[in-house]
Ligand binder design. Sequence first.
Ligand code: NAD
Ligand code: DAU
Length: 327
Amino acid sequence: MEHLLVTGGAGFIGANFVRQARQRYRITVVDKLTYAGNRASLPEGVEFVHGDICEQPLIDELVSAADAVIHFAAESHNDNSLRAPEAFVESNINGTFALLEAVRKHDKRLHHISTDEVFGDLQLDGTDAFTETTAYNPSSPYSATKAGSDHLVRAWVRSFGVRATISNCSNNYGPYQHVEKFIPRQITNILCGAPAKLYGTGAQVRDWIHVDDHNAAVMAILERGRIGETYNIGASLPGDPHVTNKEVIETICELMGGTFEHVADRPGHDQRYTMDATKIRRELGWAPRYTDLRAGLEQTIEWYTHNRWWWEADKAGIERRYAERGQ
Ligand code: NAD
Ligand code: DAU
């Protein structure tokens, strides 16, 4: 494998993936440049195609020229999916379908990036975790479309022998994440002199992983994963204490000298995600390098502080939309 086609490579995780993978591979990025895509997140010299993964002839041509496809492209924000779900069905389901047809036709390797949210949520006070065999039970339009795309990939593996793998990862943080998302929203609020915003009580739990650790896991699956398999990716270990949204926001406020306020809760808010990533640790020898969330947050705060040019133009519009919903 020499040449990778990276869909959604101008988005948060995709752009960080390209930065990591370009040392070893020739890369072509295809990205629609929705509000979430930003060419400035990509390093100079990466081949870039401005296009929609739902456009079958374009995707066909790009897939035929590559050795493997890493599929990040998606509408990714739960709150947006509650307001306008159509684009989620289109890009996440129809876009994945178009890619599957192309890799099937040209017999190319595919790695599909998915989320822990396909499993639904867990009780706040439980100690259980999602495994690769947990039944799918998505809550939001976003997670339902990601679940649908995973099912399509499995069906194309089984029915047509497509050489694909899937990974389901927990919440990522790090540089180049859009300011609509939880951690960058709070950091940039404080940098703008506004309070951080906590949905509801903030008792919900997410299993935070640094984006570079997620991408190192994706690379391990691409290079050594077993075809047809699904791998869970998450940084916590069984028995690790749960980290609530309130604790994350308090840490950010403490590190930055800011304050936070409670705002309207998300309808249907998933309570807890905890991943069991034993399979990828054992089978592929992957382990996260960022095991200290506080240190990872400090580094992320540093990045947003020194890269205002990257996020400032988006900030006011995003906050206006949140304000309309009391958030
Ligand atoms: P993002 O919203 O930052 O980036 C998505 C990118 O996809 C953008 O550049 C956008 O322009 C592009 N895109 C959207 N629709 C497209 C289309 N039809 N054709 C071509 N490009 C299109 O998202 P992200 O946070 O980087 O997430 C990337 C992937 O990882 C998604 O599939 C998401 O479901 C998954 N994921 C995200 C997380 C997380 O915490 N952010 C965790 C697990 C899995
Ligand atoms: O679990 C993986 C998923 O993580 C990915 O599949 C999604 O693409 C990604 O967006 C993320 O989904 P979440 O909905 O968990 O992430 P978000 O950053 O929107 O919110 C994280 C938590 O913080 C969630 O419980 C809602 C809460 N929140 C969010 C925002 C934006 C707040 O309390 N305040 C906020 O301002």
